[in-house]
Design a protein around this ligand. Structure first.
Ligand SMILES: Nc1nc2c(c(=O)[nH]1)N[C@H]1C(S)=C(S)[C@@H](COP(=O)(O)OP(=O)(O)OC[C@H]3O[C@@H](n4cnc5c(=O)[nH]c(N)nc54)[C@H](O)[C@@H]3O)O[C@H]1N2
Ligand SMILES: Nc1nc2c(c(=O)[nH]1)N[C@H]1C(S)=C(S)[C@@H](COP(=O)(O)OP(=O)(O)OC[C@H]3O[C@@H](n4cnc5c(=O)[nH]c(N)nc54)[C@H](O)[C@@H]3O)O[C@H]1N2
Ligand SMILES: [Mo]
Length: 763
């Protein structure tokens, strides 16, 4: 147990709140000004522009921000957005966390810093170790670091006491060798950020269409007649999606947003790179905004489908694609029987919206098959999140909206290579076909028992069953639910290791001993054995392509992620498995040859990925409505719509991102589109609810969640906002302390961080 006296939570100090009107259109010139301001401050103007010119270009590097795909024709003016530029500024900062930094600041002191200040301290320059009983990190050589970790791992009484976390920025090459390393070590304990993110999408899609991935391409977005954007804030989190939505609207498509908040990017877009767009104040997307309550999407979708059924009854063939349903699906009868018992008005009441809005959506849906539903965390982070995905698929199946241009399911991934990491085998519940392929290739017996996911890993560490925690990127402490519980769990470990670029809270709240292994960022040049290397990634639409940085690394002592994993494997296993780990480090083509031999869809990997646009992985449902379920048919699913049931004084809280952060990395304090400036400890509430609670704007409250025991997030400002009544919104990660570990999605295990019941306590 780490006995250091470290603050378990970040400080609750205030930075100063000011409010302005919210925007109903995203981007425009302010976006350009903001990107340049971050680049100027962190990187310097000349270097910054040079690096940005390589961002998302065919010969350049993949943006480390989101997983939105690149269009065929890349703009030479810049194929990136404001938040991509901020991510690059953050990575290419000229500030450094070096020996002098750690000599000056103890971990106890760093524990009192905000996430913003920790992140802004700069790039880590060499490996560091926090030895048992010491309060300061000290430098350690790479070889000693590897052998220390290997020794600890080899000393565990069972391989399952090792936990190997991955954040979704790791390349395919790093991810492949990492999962191989963990399985050769003897465990499937491979939790990843996906467990907290799109796990519910993967589970829900797998159960219905047989593949846990989206089924659309960018061309489909351009060709769609209707896109339902559900539980997603693309203006902030996937800004380049707005260019695609603009094309859709210009081609006559309609956009409906379904969200408790009216987010700027789903209402309109001013393309800052297009003079005409700036002059005419952009493109209006605003077909319809359904401002439903949090976690009422099942009710919304069932209500719409009930209205479609009424249309179909009144005029057969007008609302359902009967041929598609008969030929391609099963479970229709049970689904329709349930729908007949569903009252559309009751569903509208649960959502807290007029039934007329559901009728409008049903009207838009009936008669067209070019329908796409896109979604992100608003659908996946609830207890019944998997049901949300089922109902999305049901709607698409009724219209036969699979395997056709302009149609399909579009879960918009978060981290830039989170989808690729899964394809490479980062999964705590691997398929037996993957394990069989590994056994065959390497002649060893892979562990067959499922490993722990994120929540399971926290429980294991809390209960003394997880002893060495290794993180390939990310910020486990701040990203996970129940911050105090998680902090104590991590502190219960013997050793925690972070492979990272920048400092974060996971370097401060650690096991008894802690090691930091600093790595290259995406934008940086990776030369091995005198030869420049590239890595590969998979975007949200299953396109696998190259990423090659060109910028001088932040320090000469950094290593690449594939090199770190391979060196660690060599130190841990010696020559045991006969794998040429060091050979793979010298030439990443050799890693890709391993991938090709084990993972389906990667034939001729090294040649195909050198094509300027990479290649697209096979996807049955997308490539002709060939569902990859056991029966070959897509399944209609029956799910119950949870009632809206809160006691007096209770609110349902979602934790969301501001416009000025990447997950736990805080870029600044501006939530520009929402008109909230200078402060992150805010709780957004409807004015009527505030009046009910006798609260005025900027009043200070503690937020209390009573799930099993009392959890408190202290000192938040109340902000009146255009949010559904009965709902509240706070920012992630400040409010994670309120998310109970045991509150998670059924079957996918995703923390329900958008469904936390809270009360307010006035200060
Ligand atoms: N700049 C930037 N880009 C990012 C990230 C970032 O932090 N910053 N993070 C990346 C990652 S890892 C991810 S996963 C994605 C996240 O992308 P998003 O999912 O867009 O991010 P959130 O801020 O969590 O927003 C969720 C949205 O869902 C809505 N919502 C919440 N609950 C419900 C509900 O019950 N029903 C419906 N219909 N809507 C609901 C919220 O109002 C909000 O608009 O973005 C990726 N891209
Ligand atoms: N309450 C609440 N909690 C949430 C969410 C929510 O909406 N609400 N969202 C969840 C979601 S969707 C996700 S994906 C998770 C995110 O969980 P994580 O992926 O664990 O967290 P990040 O904040 O993305 O990780 C940031 C850190 O990654 C490191 N890093 C940056 N670039 C690199 C790189 O190139 N290589 C390496 N090795 N390290 C790098 C830096 O040190 C940085 O501090 O959080 C989840 N937690
Ligand atoms: Mo995510």
């Amino acid at each position: 147990m780490n006995q250091r006296n470290i603050a378990l939570l970040p400080p609750d100090t205030h930075t100063g709140l000011s409010l302005s009107d919210r925007k109903d259109r995203a981007a425009g010139i302010p976006a350009v000004i903001q990107s340049l301001a971050h680049i100027r401050e962190e990187t310097g103007v000349l270097d910054g522009i040079k690096i940005l010119n390589k961002l998302n270009q065919k010969d350049g590097f993949d943006c480390p921000s989101c997983a939105w795909p690149d269009p065929h024709h890349r703009s030479r003016l810049g194929e990136y957005c404001e938040n991509g530029a901020k991510a690059v500024a953050e990575e290419t900062t000229t500030k450094r966390v070096d020996r002098a930094f750690f000599a000056k600041h103890s971990v106890q002191e760093l524990g009192l810093w905000s996430d913003l200040d920790l992140g802004k301290s700069g790039r880590i320059t060499e490996p560091f170790i926090l030895r048992k009983g010491r309060d300061h990190y000290e430098p350690i050589g790479w070889d000693e670091a590897y052998s220390t970790i290997a020794q600890r791992l080899n000393g565990l009484s069972s391989p399952d006491e090792g936990i190997f976390y991955t954040s979704g920025r790791a390349s395919n090459e790093a991810a492949y060798v990492y999962q191989l390393f963990a399985r050769m070590f003897g465990t499937n304990n491979l939790p990843d950020c996906s467990n907290m993110c799109h796990e519910s999408s993967g589970t829900g899609l797998g159960e219905t269409i047989g593949i846990g991935k989206g089924t659309v391409s960018l061309d489909d977005i351009y060709a769609a007649k209707l896109i339902l954007v559900m539980g997603q804030n693309p203006g902030t989190n996937h800004p380049r999606m707005l260019s695609a939505l603009t094309k859709c609207v210009e081609n006559g498509g309609k956009i409906v947003s379904v969200n408790p908040l009216p987010e700027a990017g789903t209402h309109g877009f001013i393309d800052p790179q297009n003079v005409k767009s700036v002059l005419v104040n952009g493109t209006d997307f605003h077909t319809l905004h359904v401002g439903l309550r949090i976690n009422t999407d099942v009710a919304f979708l069932k209500g719409v489908m009930r209205l479609l059924l009424d249309k179909e009854d009144a005029s057969p063939g007008s609302a359902f694609d009967k041929d598609f349903i008969a030929g391609k699906t099963e479970g229709y009868e049970a689904f329709i029987a349930d729908l007949r018992n569903t009252d559309a008005q009751a569903m509208a009441n649960i959502c807290g919206v007029p039934i007329g809005q559901l009728e409008q959506v049903a009207q838009l849906v009936a008669g067209i098959d070019r329908i796409i539903v896109s979604w992100a965390m608003g659908l996946t982070q609830h207890v019944n999140a998997v049901a949300n995905i089922h109902q999305v698929v049901n709607l698409l199946l009724l219209r036969g909206a699979f395997g056709k241009p302009g149609a399909g399911a579009c879960p918009v991934r978060g981290h830039s290579n989170v989808q690729g990491d899964r394809t490479m085998g980062i999964f705590e519940r691997p398929s037996s076909s993957l394990l069989d392929a590994l056994d065959k290739r390497y002649g060893f017996k892979t562990p067959r028992e499922d490993g722990t996911d994120v929540v399971g890993a926290i429980e294991a560490m809390r209960d003394g069953k997880g002893k060495v925690f290794f993180a390939l990127g990310g910020n486990f402490i701040s990203a996970t639910p129940d911050s105090e519980v998680t902090a104590l769990a991590i502190m219960n470990c013997d050793l925690t290791v972070q492979v990272s670029t920048k400092l974060n809270r996971s370097h401060v709240i650690t096991g008894e001993e802690a090691i930091i292994l600093p790595c290259f960022g995406r934008s940086e040049r990776d030369v091995q054995n005198g030869k420049p290397q590239f890595v590969t990634v998979e975007d949200s639409m299953s396109v696998v392509h190259r990423s090659q940085g060109a910028h001088e690394p932040a320090s000469e002592h950094l290593r690449s992620e594939p090199a770190i994993v391979c060196e660690l494997a060599a130190a841990t296993f010696g020559s045991k498995f006969g794998v040429d780990w060091r050979g793979m480090v010298k030439n990443y083509d050799l890693i890709r040859e391993e991938v090709q031999a084990v993972i389906p869809g990667f034939d001729d990997y090294n040649r195909r990925v050198r094509q300027p646009e990479g290649f697209v992985l096979p996807n049955g449902p997308r490539d002709g409505a060939n569902f990859t379920t056991e029966s070959g048919k897509a399944h209609f699913m029956v799910d119950h719509a949870p009632a809206w049931a809160l006691a007096e004084g209770e609110y349902l809280m979602m934790t969301i991102r501001t416009h000025d952060q990447f997950n736990t990395t805080i870029y600044g304090l501006e939530d520009r589109y929402r008109g909230i400036h200078g402060e992150r400890r805010v709780v957004l509430m409807h004015a009527d609810d505030m009046a009910k609670e006798c609260l005025d704007a900027k009043d200070r409250v503690d937020l209390v969640s009573d799930h099993g025991r009392e959890r408190v997030a202290t000192d938040f400002f109340v902000v009146p906002y255009d949010i559904a009544r009965g709902c509240a919104a706070t920012y992630f990660p400040e409010a994670n302390v309120l998310v109970p570990l045991e509150l998670k999605a059924e079957r996918s295990g995703t923390p329900a961080s958008k469904s936390v019941v809270i009360r307010l306590r006035k200060r």
